[in-house]
Design a protein around this ligand. Structure first.
Ligand code: CP
Ligand code: NVA
Length: 303
């Protein structure tokens, strides 16, 4: 039995296989085909935090693949409060065939997976967001034909989304640059793990967004304040001001560069309206690809 807790759980070949499957499921969907490969299968979603893309794309994926999903969110799920994580996992995993967890603490997904008798998918933790990275890699591949050899410049916080994307880019042979203010780069633990487990790509960190975008194929950003960090918002806004992805930063990038954002965006903070809605933005194509990448993941884990 396999889980997807961190993109490090997948080999480069497995990621490529999932992207191939995702492209083929996307093409089938665009031809209007129904692909009921998961009849009678149930996906459980346990979400401590809000979600549009992750929740709706997983639920829609199950419907389009002939299965169903059940959702518990917010305080109602009581994961670790109403009931311990091991007890929850041992019960829940008898009812459903796969569980998606969206949690505050990454340790919660790891603990759940240790006790679960069915596959567990990390639908975002404070540490990483592997499902987002799968959709992002699919998008980069659609845009440029391949991920290998491309330069992805992440401007902003070295957060959950950035970690998973750095791993995915590294595994598929791309160059990942994190341009972040002091104090918001990847920490030593992550860098050690990356060096030990990722070969093929390149990971660079610096504090200079304007210089970094000069050879970017993709400029990626995300919110400066992630869910669970709300009390740090004022301090973060002060630190990240010079890291806004705006028209003047984009003017320093090659004309072919595309702008990505995992969404939801805080328009006017990490990205301007002009860039989000501009002709180099692919953020909605990217959001759409969450559906196809996750269908491939469900097929892989459940069949
Ligand atoms: N990008 C993403 O995970 O969006 P949601 O928080 O809406 O699921
Ligand atoms: N870094 C953001 C991503 C949201 C999809 C957060 O964790 O809130």
């Amino acid at each position: 039995m396999r889980h997807l807790i961190d993109l490090l759980d997948l080999s480069a070949d497995e990621i490529t296989h999932l992207l191939d499957e995702a492209a083929s499921l996307k093409a089938a969907r665009q031809r209007g085909e129904y692909v009921p490969i998961l009849p009678g299968r149930v996906l459980g979603l346990i979400f401590e935090k809000p979600s549009l893309r992750t929740r709706v794309s997983f639920e829609t994926a199950m419907a389009q693949l002939g299965g169903v999903s059940v959702f518990q969110g917010g305080k109602e799920c009581g994961l670790g409060s109403r009931e311990s994580v091991p007890d929850f996992a041992r019960v829940m995993s008898q009812y459903v065939d796969t569980v998606v967890l969206r949690v505050y603490k990454h340790a919660t997904v790891e603990e759940f997976a240790r006790y679960s008798t069915c596959p567990v998918i990390n639908g975002l933790s404070d540490y990483c967001h592997p499902c987002q990275a799968l959709g992002d890699l699919l998008t980069v591949r659609e845009l440029f034909g391949a991920v290998a050899g491309r330069t992805v410049v992440f401007v902003g916080d070295g957060n959950n989304v950035a970690r998973s994307l750095a791993v995915g880019c590294g595994k598929l042979g791309a160059r990942f640059v994190l341009a972040a203010p002091d104090g918001y780069h990847f920490d030593e633990d992550f860098l050690r793990t990356y060096k030990a487990k990722v070969t093929g790509g390149e990971l660079v960190q610096n504090g200079d967004a304007r210089h970094s975008v000069g050879d970017a194929d993709v400029i990626y950003t995300d919110v400066w304040t992630s869910m669970g960090q709300e009390e740090e918002r004022e301090r973060r806004n002060a630190h990240f001001g010079p890291y806004q992805v705006n028209e003047s930063l984009l003017a320093l990038a090659p004309a072919h560069a595309r702008v990505m954002h995992c969404l939801p965006a805080h328009r006017g903070e990490e990205v301007t309206d002009g860039v989000m809605d501009g002709k180099q933005s692919v953020v909605f194509q990217q959001a759409g690809n969450r559906l196809h990448a996750q269908k491939a993941l469900l097929k892989w884990l459940m069949t």
